[in-house]
Design a protein. Structure first.
Length: 208
């Protein structure tokens, strides 16, 4: 089986990146992370990449006179590293239409809730878990989904449930959901590596 060439986009500490690297090392994910991209120079994800000898790129729209020049520069880097799939991992910038079109149905994101619940603009990180608790949910989970022009609006690929405990805080719930994220993201990307994902309209079919 060939190795899927992945670029991971992250703005934070990079725990999902580290989990994907671990899944690759244990052959649970047949892929190669060929590039890590962050909009923040001090992102932990960049440090993880550099410590593993993985190309790490700090690039943001603030570095360029226009959004189109930023898109062109980013696309050039993705093409240079022969990226096949982009995996967003806590990347706190909306992906532009130009990038979405260039990588149509090849950009995925992981969200810490069961979309379409608790998704959309501004719903990320601890805010999601606080909203889940405020609503009184008994179950939450994770969603790996395709990325389109909206916020958390692409077709779901995989969803996994996580129980909400009566004494949960946003922090304890976040920790339990994160464990499920680590497992589910590698599983979803392995489906890409095995070419088992088929998108029909908004329905994702997993080939046997």
């Amino acid at each position: 089986m060939r190795e899927l060439k992945i670029a991971v986009f992250a703005s934070g500490r990079g725990s999902n990146l580290a989990a994907l690297m671990a899944a690759i090392e244990t052959s649970q994910l047949h892929a190669q992370i060929v590039l890590v991209v962050s909009n923040k120079a001090d992102a932990g994800a960049l440090e993880i990449a550099r410590s593993r000898g993985t190309p790490a790129l700090h690039i943001s729209s603030a570095m360029f006179p226009s959004s189109s020049e930023f898109d062109d520069a980013l696309l050039a880097q993705l093409q240079r590293h022969q990226v096949e799939v982009i995996a967003l991992s806590g990347y706190l910038k909306k992906i532009s239409t130009a990038i979405v079109r260039a990588y149509k149905n090849r950009i995925v994101n992981i969200h810490p809730a069961l979309l379409p619940a608790f998704g959309g603009k501004g719903m990320y990180g601890i805010k999601v878990h606080q909203a889940v608790l405020d609503y009184g949910c008994k179950v939450t989970g994770v969603t790996v989904h395709f990325v389109d022009d909206g916020y958390d609006s692409g077709a779901p690929i995989l969803q996994r449930c996580v129980p909400v405990h009566h004494d949960d805080t946003p922090e304890t719930l976040a920790a339990r959901v994160l464990e499920m994220e680590h497992k589910t993201y590698a599983e979803a990307l392995q489906l890409f590596a095995e070419e088992r994902i088929e998108l029909v309209g908004r329905t994702v079919r997993i080939k046997p």
